[in-house]
Each structure stands twice: as C-alpha cells, then as structure tokens.
Design a protein around this ligand. Structure first.
Ligand SMILES: Nc1nc2c(ncn2[C@@H]2O[C@H](COP(=O)(O)OP(=O)(O)OP(=O)(O)O)[C@@H](O)[C@H]2O)c(=O)[nH]1
Length: 377
C-alpha cells in the first residue's frame, strides 16, 4: 500500500516538474524571440488628407506603399510660414522700426536706415526711393506714433515690391496644357522647387505632368520621379545624358494627349557658359514650341547668394524670356530685401518664395503679407 502511495506521489511530482519546464521554456522563448520586424509604415504625409492606395501586411517584405498626398490649398501659406523669415525680420524689420522710432529723425538716423536697407540687399536704387519717400512722409506727419511709423514703412516696402504685378501661374488654355519651363543653376534648389511647384499646383486643384529634361544629372530625374510619385503626378523621363529637348517635347505631347492642366519641365542649369546655356535652353524652347508656345519660364534663384545670384539671373534672362522668379531659401538669410532687388533689377515678378526644406514650404508670393511678416507683430 505504501508503495502505491509513493508511486502516486512520484508520478504527481514528475508531472508538475514537466509542466513547469514547459512554462519556463515558453517564457524563455518569448524573451529571446527576435524583435518583431517593424511594420513598413507609409511615409508620413506633409499635410493631412493623405490617401494610402494600398495597406501593407504586417511584416510584408514588399516595397513601401504608394501614398498619394493631397497638400492643402496654398491660400495664406505665406502667412502660415511667416515665422521662417525670422532672420530678416530681426535685422531688416525690427532694425528699421527701431531706427524710425528714434527721438529725432536726423541725417545720421536716415543714413543708418539707408545702410540697413542696403545691407539687407534691397539694392541702392530701391533704397534711395524708399528713404526719400519715408523722409518726406515722416516730415509731413510731424509727431509720429509707433503704429503710424509701422504703417508708413509697410506701405513703402510694399510699394517697392510692385503689388499690382500678375503673379499667377498660367493654366491650361485653348484646349492645351500650360507649359512651364523651370530654369536656374544647379544648387539653387531647382529640382526640389519643381517638385514643390507641382504640389502648389495640385494643392490648388490643378493636374500636373512633370518632364525630367535635366538629363545631365541622373539623380535629378530620380528626385523628380519621387516628387511626382508622392502626389500621383505622371513623369516623362529620358535616358541619362539624352537630349533634353526631346524629353521636353515628349512631355508636352503626353500632357496634351492626357489633357493635364500644366506640364512642368525641369531643365539642367549646369552650363555656366552663356553660349552653351542659350543653345540648350533655346533648343528646348524651340522644340516644345512645335506643340505651341511656352507659357511661363520660371527662374529659380537662391536668395542666400544675394548679388551673385542677380548676376547669374541676368545670364538666364538673356537666354530665355523669363516670366517669373522663384526665390528659394529665404528662410536662410537675414537679407530678405533681395526680393525687392530681384524684382526691380530684373523687372520680373517674384511669383513664389521658398521658406524651408519641407515639401510644402514654397508659398505664392504676396507683397503685403511678406512685408507684414518682415515687420513682425
Ligand atoms: N532652407 C531651405 N532649403 C531649401 C529651399 N529650397 C531648396 N532647399 C534645399 O536645397 C537643397 C537642394 O538644393 P540643390 O542642392 O539646389 O539641389 P536640387 O534641388 O536638386 O537642385 P538642382 O541641383 O538644381 O537640381 C535641398 O536640401 C533642399 O531642401 C528653401 O526654400 N529653404
């Protein structure tokens, strides 16, 4: 009988031990298990309203899903990005306001005001006009409040930016897409800007086709394809080193066939030699014009290059009929006055300004909103 009791106890002990081992081994596996493979998440959209076209399975090795982004309409974008002008705001805006608030507006103060404007790249001619008008108006005004001075300064800076110029981008007409040629030296942010312009147009309800006519730099085409993919735009590309004019021709043809609103063509700006540049851009333009006229030629200029940028710009304006300027990297300079100099010296409206590296940091240019941002609250 005792033997039976011992046998039962031994059996129970063995059973419990076995179960304990299993539990221990299970929990051990959970701890040692390799980390769960992160889910391939769709790229974070820049704005709300992104539409994932396909949801990935957990752990699926397939490429990241294509996500078509819908940037928000551009109205008021410059106002939303106003803080990006902080550097220009403190040197140009606040500097001028502080000087104008001096007890006595004597010659020394006016000299300083002039110097502040010139240092901020406003340009000598525009500075002369602004200072002369401010001098006259403050004299007539007599005693001045800070608000009155701010108002006067805002009016004169806005007037220097010729607020009545047409800054819109042409859209489809006569049953064919608007053709926009984007030119500028490499480094100005040209390809990036082409991508951003396509987002501006799409944000405002237009359809866009991109032509990658910068065949000189393979990466430029890839970059543009990525921008196009993000907003679901079609891209026409050619072989690396291929003929840019032929890519531009094919892009416009495709745009006409598919009925898009705008065909946006990125070009190479590598040719520092003026004759070569003229030849290449001239050929691109001539070939496109077999389909109809080029509606816009936008020149991309880096605001941080100041007066050098202006010299470069002149080469382009002599090569092609530039209809608008896109001034990039305004967030990276204290010399926001370059907008005034560019417009007045080239006689071409600034149509868009770049205020950051984000995909939607390109804003339609509005003189009054820009000046207001410069002067701060
Ligand atoms: N801070 C800032 N950076 C900008 C702006 N526009 C473009 N960039 C940056 O400038 C850098 C690239 O410009 P680029 O070197 O000219 O290159 P790219 O845009 O390919 O231009 P291309 O070589 O002409 O095709 C990128 O890091 C952009 O994000 C802007 O408005 N502000």
């Amino acid at each position: 009988m005792d033997l039976w009791v011992y046998a039962v106890i031994l059996g129970v002990v063995l059973l419990l031990g076995g179960a304990g081992l299993v539990v221990a081994r299970r929990s051990g596996r959970a701890v040692e298990a390799p980390p769960v493979r992160p889910r391939i998440a769709p790229e974070e959209p820049a704005e709300t309203g992104s539409v994932p076209t396909r949801t990935p399975e957990i752990g699926e090795a397939a490429p990241a899903p294509v996500t078509v982004e819908r940037p928000e309409p551009t109205a008021g974008r410059l106002v939303r990005l106003r803080a990006r002008l902080a550097r220009s705001q403190s040197t140009l805006g606040r500097g001028l306001l502080a000087l104008l608030a001096s007890d006595k507006l004597d010659d020394d103060v006016w000299d300083e005001i002039e110097e502040t404007l010139i240092t901020a790249d406003v340009g000598v001619e525009a500075t002369g006009v602004i200072v002369a008008r401010l001098r006259e108006r403050t004299r007539v005004l007599g005693t001045r409040t800070a608000a009155e001075l701010r108002g006067l300064l805002a009016e004169e800076l806005t007037a220097a930016l010729d607020p009545d110029l047409d800054r819109s981008l042409k859209s489809a007409h006569d049953g064919r897409p608007a053709v926009i040629l984007v030119v500028g030296v490499n480094g100005a942010g040209k390809t990036t800007t082409c991508g951003k312009i396509s987002r501006v147009l799409i944000a405002d309800g237009r359809t866009v086709l991109l032509g990658a006519a910068d065949t000189f730099r393979a990466a430029a085409t890839e970059q543009l394809a990525t921008w196009a993919g993000r907003v679901g735009a079609e891209i026409v590309r050619g072989p690396e080193g291929g003929d840019p004019a032929s890519v531009a021709f094919d892009a416009v043809k495709r745009g006409i066939d598919t009925g898009v609103d705008t065909v946006l063509i990125d070009t190479a700006g590598r040719l520092q030699n003026k004759v070569g540049l003229m030849d290449e851009l001239g050929k691109v333009k001539r070939v496109i014009e077999k389909h109809g006229p080029v509606d816009e030629t936008l020149l991309v200029l880096d605001a941080t290059t100041g007066q050098n940028g202006l010299a470069q710009a002149r080469v382009f304006t002599e090569a092609v009929d530039v209809t608008g300027v896109v001034l990039t990297k305004l967030d990276g300079t204290a010399k926001g006055g370059i907008v005034i100099a560019v417009q007045r010296q080239l006689g071409i409206p600034v149509k868009l300004v770049g205020l950051g590296e984000g995909p939607d940091d390109l804003a339609p240019f509005e003189p009054a909103a820009f000046v207001d941002a410069l002067l701060g609250d």
